[in-house]
Design a protein around this ligand. Structure first.
Ligand code: HAM
Length: 418
């Protein structure tokens, strides 16, 4: 039998109820803050991510699903949302709108990573971007909105970490320092980190390999914070102060490194203790200048994305159930052949205000009741010869067992009154 591709999965039942709940909650939380939805294509030209996310990131180097189409264009299945949203921002000239322009999106992302719990090759994100203002208050608001979303869903055990990755100039200074400070320990580093030492030493801070952790300990590596320009330091302090003023709970993380290259200054992640190795529920940061990498004017921006799949795992771990699957209010049972079309006409008349299902063949009442119960219906409605001659319907409440006959024309308002 043909199965779903490794690292992808079908979403149905409770899983899909969770996903819809998360997306609707995000809609409510983010629209209240002035964000509008945007939907960009899954397929983008490769340079959107090569230039946007950055050529040294793992995402671009190892994890992109890339293809060449019949016209010889290099296309990729988007590995993340931000670069595509900024491409669209430029393409639609959104920079003439009042700033900040706040956008949110939902949808599938693709990364060719090794699948494990909480890590898929096709996964889903809800993301938020605020473009056009460099003020620290926008960073703090973005972070607060991420927590608002998780809290609106009822989550409690997540932890927020906030840090700074500095400006590109700060990072150049810091990378030069790291290169020098770690050179004597080269042989003690993992193979990956030896390569990082050449390309992007900052990434070593993010390594989970115990050998690298031991080296970082022993070499007494100073934090990036010590290498920030005064402007970047002031920005960071202002974000932290604003978060405190908002009463947001967080931990400062001097070693926070994000996997994508476009970040400057503010960076943050939310982790959940019950998720195992893939503990990041979401993350984001500031990405001033990303629009310039994509060929437009340089604009500031800040945003985040949550991994919907992981939020579902966290909701389950905290014992928060998915919204109940919808059940019909009424299940219509024709008792003789002429009643079939009548039942269908009645169902059509009641929809879509009421959720109505029906049997498509005449049924005996007992069987009709069993069918209604299996579908979780609240009421079962019988249509037979007697009801037809009187223009009525017999309705039985499946919880109380009570049954009564109503004029058909009254059924809609009767259901509404309940
Ligand atoms: P990211 O940290 O790469 O950031 O991804 C955000 C979230 O997506 C992660 O925290 C995680 O929950 C989820 N995620 C990532 N990879 C996988 C996977 N393979 N399987 C399941 N979930 C996954 C971004 O993507 C940035 N675009 C966020 C951003 C928006 N920064 C600024 N604006």
């Amino acid at each position: 039998m043909i199965k779903a591709v490794r690292g992808t999965r079908d979403l149905l039942g409770a899983e899909l109820s969770y996903k819809r709940w998360i997306e609707r909650t995000a809609e409510r939380v983010l629209e209240a803050a002035g964000a509008r939805e945007i939907e960009t294509p899954i397929l983008e030209e490769a340079p959107v991510f090569e230039k946007g996310v950055g050529p040294t990131s793992d995402v671009v180097q190892k994890e992109m699903y890339a293809l060449t189409d019949k016209g010889g264009r290099r296309l990729v299945l988007r590995p993340e949302g931000t670069a595509g949203v900024m491409r669209a921002f430029l393409e639609h000239g959104m920079k003439v709108r009042p700033m900040p322009v706040k956008l949110y999106y939902r949808g599938p992302m693709f990364r060719a990573e090794r699948p494990q719990k909480g890590r898929y090759r096709q996964f889903y994100q809800v993301g938020y971007e605020a473009v056009g203002l460099a003020e620290p208050a926008i960073d703090a608001e973005a972070i607060a909105l991420l927590l608002d979303l998780l809290e609106a869903l009822g989550l409690r055990r997540h932890r927020l970490k906030v840090g700074t990755v500095g400006d590109p100039e700060d990072r150049r200074r810091y990378n030069a320092y790291l290169k020098e400070a770690l050179a004597p320990y080269r042989e003690a580093l993992s193979e990956d980190s030896r390569a990082r030492l050449e390309r992007n030493p900052l990434r070593i801070l993010d390594s989970k390999d115990p050998r690298d952790q031991a080296v970082l300990e022993e070499a007494r590596i100073r934090p990036l914070l010590a290498f920030l320009s005064p402007e970047a330091r002031d920005h960071y302090r202002a974000v932290i102060a604003t978060l405190r003023a908002l009463g947001v709970e967080f931990e400062e993380d001097a070693r926070l490194v994000r996997g994508l290259d476009y970040y400057v200054r503010t960076a943050f992640e939310v982790h959940h203790p019950d998720l195992g190795a893939q503990a990041a529920l979401g993350g984001g940061g500031r990405y001033d200048g990303l629009t310039a990498l994509l060929g437009g004017p340089s604009l500031p921006g800040v945003g985040w994305a949550v991994g919907t799949d992981r939020v579902i795992l966290a909701l389950k771990a905290e014992g928060l159930p998915a919204p109940a699957e919808p059940a019909p209010a009424l299940y219509l049972v024709p008792l003789d052949p002429p009643a079939v079309a009548e039942a269908l006409a009645l169902a059509e008349a009641l929809r879509p205000r009421h959720r109505v299902e029906l049997a498509y063949q005449p049924r005996r009442p007992g069987k009709g009741i069993r069918e209604a119960e299996r579908r979780g219906a609240r009421f079962v409605g019988f249509l037979g010869e007697g009801e037809r001659s009187r223009g009525t319907i017999s309705v039985k409440d499946l919880a109380s067992g009570e049954q009564k006959e109503l004029p058909r024309a009254k059924l809609g308002s009767w259901l509404e009154a309940l």
